[in-house]
Ligand binder design. Structure first.
Ligand code: NDP
Ligand code: 8X3
Length: 256
């Protein structure tokens, strides 16, 4: 209790659900993303429902200087971040690599890889100084497996998995834990973003299948984070019961 969590990408989906579950459990939350109006709305909800302490922070994780400036100059009461949830991330497009758009690759690499590294660099040294802290990296089943058109997105998530392993080695002896959470299909704004705002196309992804909800993932994150400090849940893969691999699910399994 009295702990502080920083959640990136808290304006929607998994990050928003994590903020809700953390606040409900008495954690003070710094909620960050680019869309400030969504954060302000969430701040109001968390304060009203849970009496939580909330700090909304407009932050684009791709902007290196902004990340170091804002996170290096948090208000005094918010400086000691105990839990960092590296959740901000996205996919853009579903083209084969030969047809892919370089701009889409750059957005994914800048957000899912470089943004995660900047935020981690801004927060982690202080955790090491205090010999305590928990970092949750939201990876994906797409980091373990891949699918046609998944190319760069899947590669960014494989990066997150490998980085999490490397961090556990680098941080051994510091008391800082690194947890990777790897969801399968979760119904959020993810597909709307992937298909550039095409809500009809995005909706089809989740038709005739019972996908995970953002709250399912937030509860898993909370389970892992709330273990005693000598326990690290290294890597949790969470799939919908109706999905057996990144490619195979209840809609198409008879074709295999
Ligand atoms: P959403 O699109 O609902 O949420 C993504 C969040 O990331 C938003 O809050 C968005 O906020 C934020 N974000 C995106 N770009 C930036 C940026 N440059 N700087 C700061 N914040 C940013 O998707 P999900 O909740 O599904 O995605 C959350 C994470 O979960 C991602 O890392 C995704 O790869 C991963 N994941 C998702 C799965 C799924 O099926 N949905 C499955 C496995 C993993 P804003 O636009 O306001 O900046
Ligand atoms: C998101 C899951 O399968 O759409 O990480 O790539 S998937």
């Amino acid at each position: 209790m009295g702990k502080i969590a920083l959640i990136t990408g808290a304006s929607s989906g998994i990050g928003e659900a994590c903020a809700r579950v953390f606040a409900q459990n008495g954690i003070d939350v710094i909620i960050s993303a680019r869309r400030l109006e969504k954060l302000v709305k969430l701040e109001k909800e968390l304060k009203e429902r849970f009496g939580a302490r909330v700090l909304p922070l407009k932050l684009d994780v791709r902007k290196k200087d902004e990340v170091f400036d804002y996170l290096g100059n948090l208000p005094d009461k918010w400086k000691e971040v105990d839990i960092l949830v590296n959740n901000a991330g996205l996919s853009k497009g579903l083209e084969k690599l030969q047809d892919g758009k370089v701009e889409n690759w750059e957005v994914m690499i800048d957000t899912n890889i470089k943004g995660l590294l900047y935020v981690t660099k801004a927060i982690l040294p202080k955790m090491v100084e205090r010999n305590s802290g928990t970092i949750v990296n939201i990876a994906s089943i797409a980091g373990h497996e891949t699918y046609p058109g998944g190319n760069v997105y899947c590669a960014t998530k494989a990066f997150v998995l490998q980085l999490s392993k490397a961090m556990r080695m680098d941080l051994l002896g510091t008391g800082v834990r690194v947890i990777s959470i790897d969801p399968g299909m979760v119904e959020t704004e993810f597909s709307i973003v992937r298909f550039d705002g095409d809500k009809e196309r995005a909706k089809k992804v989740y038709e005739n299948i019972n996908p995970l909800t953002a709250n399912d993932i937030a509860e898993a994150v909370w389970f892992a984070v709330s273990r005693p400090s000598h326990v690290t849940v290294e890597d949790m893969v969470i799939m919908p019961t109706e999905q057996a691999s990144v490619l195979m699910n209840i809609k198409n399994y008879k074709n295999f």
